[in-house]
Design a protein around this ligand. Structure first.
Ligand code: ADP
Ligand code: 5GP
Length: 210
């Protein structure tokens, strides 16, 4: 008598491996509009995860711990360096900033696309460690417009604005190291360009799917 093998004899199919997520890095000189574009991008690309950096700078009004940054003191940051906790870290405008290596690795492993908002020093370190990272530089239309935006934002003293503009010149000189450059002249157009760059790497999945 021939008996059909029952379900328990069927080989268990191995699920296909989850493709690794993409790592996107956005850098820009202060005042170019990165935070503004970042906020709009979150709404347009909900499939993207965002890395929350750790910093020694004090929270600004309206910023929340664990949401905008993890706010820590210099001692805690230094322990993170010693423990190899940061995938990259750098001093920016007199404060320390770092990105969690464990968070990046876990996100990419789970197939999540991840966006890092970090400065040019940090971007260079990430590219060393993650050579497939997609780098995007946001440029202001001109230094004069950058000055106007910093003055219009009214969050920095005239001396701080001067320093930010000096640093901006150095940062803008690094734009050639980035795979994509988006000029933030008209906000809506810059947002569309940014979305197009990101979606070129992974088109959005059909509604309702992850
Ligand atoms: P960043 O995060 O790069 O330091 P912000 O997003 O805070 O810059 O933008 C700096 C200022 O410029 C803010 O007042 C913002 O409203 C304004 N801004 C941003 N993008 C544009 C744009 N495309 N045109 C005009 N003003 C802009
Ligand atoms: P802000 O203090 O204005 O939020 O950020 C100042 C600068 O620090 C910005 O250029 C921002 O991109 C950068 N930055 C924020 N988080 C990190 C980080 O984790 N690492 C590095 N290298 N730069 C960061």
């Amino acid at each position: 008598m021939i008996t059909e093998p029952g379900p328990r004899h069927m080989p268990t199919p191995t699920p296909p491996p989850v493709p690794r997520g993409h790592l996107f890095i956005i850098s820009a000189p202060s005042g170019a509009g990165k935070s503004t574009l970042g906020r709009l991008l979150r709404r347009r690309c909900p499939e993207l995860s965002y890395s929350v950096s750790t910093t020694t700078r004090a929270p600004r009004p309206g910023e929340a711990d664990g949401v905008d940054y993890f706010f820590v003191d210099a001692e805690r940051f230094r322990r993170g360096i010693e423990a190899g906790e940061w995938a990259e870290w750098a001093e920016v405008h007199g404060n320390w900033y770092g990105t969690s290596r464990a968070f990046i690795d876990a996100s990419l492993e789970r197939g999540r696309d991840l966006l890092l908002d970090i400065d040019v020093q940090g971007a260079a370190q990430i590219v060393e460690r993650y050579p497939d990272a997609v780098t995007i530089f946001i440029l202001p239309p001109s230094l004069e417009e950058l000055r106007r935006r910093l003055e219009g934002r009214a969050t920095d003293s005239p001396a701080a604005i001067r320093r930010r503009l000096e640093v901006a010149r150095e940062e803008m000189a690094c734009q050639g190291r980035y795979r994509h450059v988006v000029v933030n002249d008209r906000l809506a157009e810059a947002l569309e360009k940014l979305v197009a760059v990101i979606r070129a790497y992974r088109p959005p999945s059909p509604a309702g799917e992850e």
